[in-house]
Design a binder for this molecule. Structure first.
Ligand SMILES: NC(=O)c1ccc[n+]([C@@H]2O[C@H](COP(=O)([O-])OP(=O)(O)OC[C@H]3O[C@@H](n4cnc5c(N)ncnc54)[C@H](OP(=O)(O)O)[C@@H]3O)[C@@H](O)[C@H]2O)c1
Length: 232
């Protein structure tokens, strides 16, 4: 029987490239996202349309998608949103909540669903960010959500003893999310953007290949760790 991979957020960027890579390698890809790109529509793509910001629907989506699945080689919690880059003082609680819902609480519900459904998930990787620890000016809700995601993964690692969990920062990837920052954010008010512009970046395809090669190496680290591909 072929191997199964679960990925959230395959509509663009890193998730789309990861889904393509796993399909090309013969995996069956189970995906939750709002959009299914044309080039991913193949026999081995099992897709459930799901808006992860609508938290009351998330468990139902996972249950429908994974009905009958007993084993998952790797679950990649990739879906994420940035929110506006602006000062904390300018950011409302509602805006912070929106980012937390997709980047953190939807993932909690997905992890709970794996447990409810008694699926044997060998490895879970949550796509985190250096922003979780940098907390640069303007990264507001995004930084808070990725710090909380790292904590969420560590907490579940204590409970999911048969699964290896990691939060992994993927490095800079030229996706719509990063392009938005590079093209729209004032680098004088938010100096970290100047550094981003000067730093090396990967295409989504290069990043997906690097992550694919990195995932087996994560087992060398304690379950629950936060790691950064740039430091491994
Ligand atoms: N690019 C970077 O340099 C970088 C650096 C550090 C961390 N990351 C992280 O990498 C991950 C992927 O981001 P990306 O760079 O590839 O950006 P992206 O192109 O904006 O991708 C975001 C993904 O999340 C999905 N998504 C967003 N809102 C969703 C919702 N409400 N429900 C379901 N899916 C949703 C999107 O799919 P749909 O549109 O189909 O819903 C899309 O596939 C994120 O967790 C991000 O924080 C990226």
């Amino acid at each position: 029987m072929g191997k199964n991979v679960f990925i959230t957020g395959i509509g663009s960027g890193l998730g789309k490239a990861l889904a393509k890579l796993y399909l090309d390698k013969g995996y069956t890809v189970y995906a939750l996202s709002r959009h299914l790109p044309e080039e991913l529509k193949t026999k081995n793509m099992k897709f459930k349309k799901c808006d992860l910001s609508v938290l009351e629907n998330v468990k139902c989506c996972v249950r429908e998608l994974l009905n009958g699945v007993k084993e998952i080689e790797i679950a990649i919690l990739n879906a994420g949103i940035l929110g506006d880059i602006k000062d904390m003082y300018e950011t409302s609680l509602k805006e912070l909540e929106e980012v937390m819902d997709v980047n953190v609480w939807a993932n909690k519900l997905i992890l709970d669903s794996f447990i409810d459904l008694k699926i044997n998930v060998k490895q879970i990787v949550a796509i985190s960010s250096g922003a979780a620890v940098n907390c640069n000016r303007g990264w507001s809700g995004y930084s808070i959500s990725k710090a909380a995601l790292n904590c969420l993964i560590k907490l579940y690692s204590r409970e999911m003893e048969k699964t290896h969990l990691t939060a992994l920062a993927p490095g800079l990837v030229l996706t719509p999310m990063l392009l938005y920052i590079l093209e729209n954010v004032d680098e004088n008010k938010f100096p970290s953007v100047k550094r981003l512009k000067a730093s090396p970046k990967r295409t989504p395809e290069e990043a997906a290949k690097l992550l694919y090669e990195t995932f087996p190496k994560l087992f060398e680290y304690e379950s629950g760790s936060f790691l950064d591909v740039r430091k491994m």
